[in-house]
Design a protein around this ligand. Structure first.
Ligand SMILES: C[S@@+](CC[C@H](N)C(=O)[O-])C[C@H]1O[C@@H](n2cnc3c(N)ncnc32)[C@H](O)[C@@H]1O
Length: 444
């Protein structure tokens, strides 16, 4: 194909859709141009930054004629910072674009109805955890710009809970006042509970020279006496944020959340859903799908701190959770005890390995819950599912492309999709959480 644009060209472009990424999409003649931070309906001027065989990428220079769906972003560094992508798109429109992304992803399931996306009641200030990278040489604390490791110096983030912002503002103020003398600082991770007042700050450091970070920690504790402060040492020069070594400066780094009647407590390194309010909406739906299961057994794969297992425990005779992170399993066991739930068991290991083992021991779940990380499930795990005899599979996914890849395999094994429910866990970003219910054919 003869590409009609080259790097350095300035073109005007009509934006007609969003991609399943931070980009919006327009066509120059018939050639696709991906442009972040543009709104469908915009006419924009774009600088071409990359040209490939079938598409190109561009940088938004200016909006020539704004889309009727363009709104004023609340954040002064929107577009410079890569922390979110859709703040200048009207929120109702974001929901229709997300639904369309899910519909497009499900193109190989033409008879499946995609429900409307469940909106977030609070489309701002919702994240209960955020990591802020530091650039001590440039004396900046903030968030990465899009697809780079350049730190944008942000005053606060409107996607993050207000109590997290308050802590972040004090840390940044101290760093600036002291000329970023904590040269060992790599990241600041702040986690705060939506339902209790607890918060944990983890300073990720290059080494164990704690002299300067102790001064910052002591300052912070004066402002927030209830705060737990941890140090994590990461010497590796990779994209992985945390290292293996942890130290405690104040309190034990544990945090609690309450979802409906269930009390959860977990270590700050364990996974918990980032948007507590929307997690509650999803868990309620899962529970509804599990009713009339009192004689049945559920297997909750990728169970984290037992969040879903404990939430649905009352619906089942027995629930078995599987999780590869040892600390999260300890948290899950403790959470069962704390809530006086006696029909849950938690196993440590990779889902695909543990399932082989428990099947050999004769374990036969009726319902399987899958909530894997973005990369989805291993194929060997999906191939085992029909052999368990489970008639129901509930799949919660934060990446619709790996979700449909995995659903194709489950379909080959005779599982039919009954419901697809997208939920907006991450407003102002292109990310979508999708909940799917499947039933084994001929068991309805
Ligand atoms: C998206 S989180 C879901 C956690 C939980 N369902 C919840 O709602 O809080 C995915 C979890 O899977 C765990 N994990 C990742 N790969 C795994 C594997 N192969 N086997 C078991 N657990 C795994 C992660 O440690 C993480 O706790």
């Amino acid at each position: 194909m003869n590409q009609p644009v080259k790097v350095g060209d300035k073109i005007s472009l009509f934006i007609d859709s969003v991609a399943n990424s931070a980009d919006s999409v327009g066509k120059y003649e018939t050639f696709i141009v991906f442009v972040p931070f543009a709104v469908p309906g915009d006419e924009v001027e774009v600088l071409i930054t990359e040209v490939r065989k079938n598409f190109s990428r561009g940088k938004l220079i200016r909006v020539i004629k704004p889309s009727p769906f363009r709104v004023q972003p609340v954040c002064p560094v929107f577009g410079e910072c890569g922390g979110c992508h859709w703040q200048e798109i009207d929120y109702k429109k974001q929901l229709t674009y997300k639904k369309q992304i899910v519909i497009n992803a499900f193109k190989n399931f033409p008879n499946v109805k995609i429900e409307d996306v469940i909106p977030a009641k609070e489309p701002f200030f919702y994240r209960n955890k955020t990591q802020f990278p530091a650039d001590t040489q440039q004396k900046k604390l903030g968030l990465f710009s899009l697809r780079s490791h350049f730190v944008v110096d942000v005053d606060y983030c409107p996607l993050v809970r207000k109590d997290i912002n308050a802590i972040y503002v004090e840390i940044r103020k101290h760093l600036k006042e002291t000329g970023f003398e904590v040269t060992t600082l790599r990241h600041v991770i702040i986690r705060a509970s939506e339902t209790t007042r607890e918060a944990v700050v983890t300073f990720v450091l290059k080494n164990e020279d704690f002299r300067k970070i102790h001064i910052l920690s002591a300052y912070l504790l004066k402002k927030f006496p209830e705060l737990s402060i941890l140090y994590n040492i990461n010497r590796a020069d990779t994209n992985v944020i945390m290292g293996d070594k942890h130290f405690t400066f104040s309190k034990d780094g544990r945090i609690s959340e309450k979802l409906d009647k269930i009390d959860y407590q977990f270590a700050s390194i364990s996974f918990f859903q980032t948007n507590t309010a929307q997690a509650s909406v999803i868990f309620k739906k899962i529970k509804e799908w599990c009713k009339d299961s009192l004689e049945k057994t559920a297997l909750d794969l990728f169970c984290g701190v037992g969040a879903i297992s404990l939430y649905i425990a009352k619906e089942f005779k027995e629930v078995v959770g599987v999780e590869e992170m040892g600390q999260a399993v300890l948290d899950a066991v403790a959470n069962a005890e704390k809530n006086n739930i006696q029909n849950c068991e938690f196993l440590n290991g990779k889902s695909e390995r543990v399932l082989v083992k428990i099947m050999k021991q004769g374990f036969k779940p009726n319902t399987i819950l899958l909530d894997p990380p973005r990369k989805g499930c291993e194929q060997e795990l999906l191939n085992l599912i029909p052999k368990t005899g489970a008639d129901t599979v509930i799949y919660l996914s934060c990446d619709v492309m790996t979700l449909v890849r995995d659903l194709e395999i489950l379909k080959k094994h005779g599982y039919e999709i009954e419901e697809v429910l997208p939920v907006d866990m991450f407003p102002m970003t292109y990310h979508i959480e999708t909940l799917v219910k499947l039933r084994k054919a001929n068991t309805k």
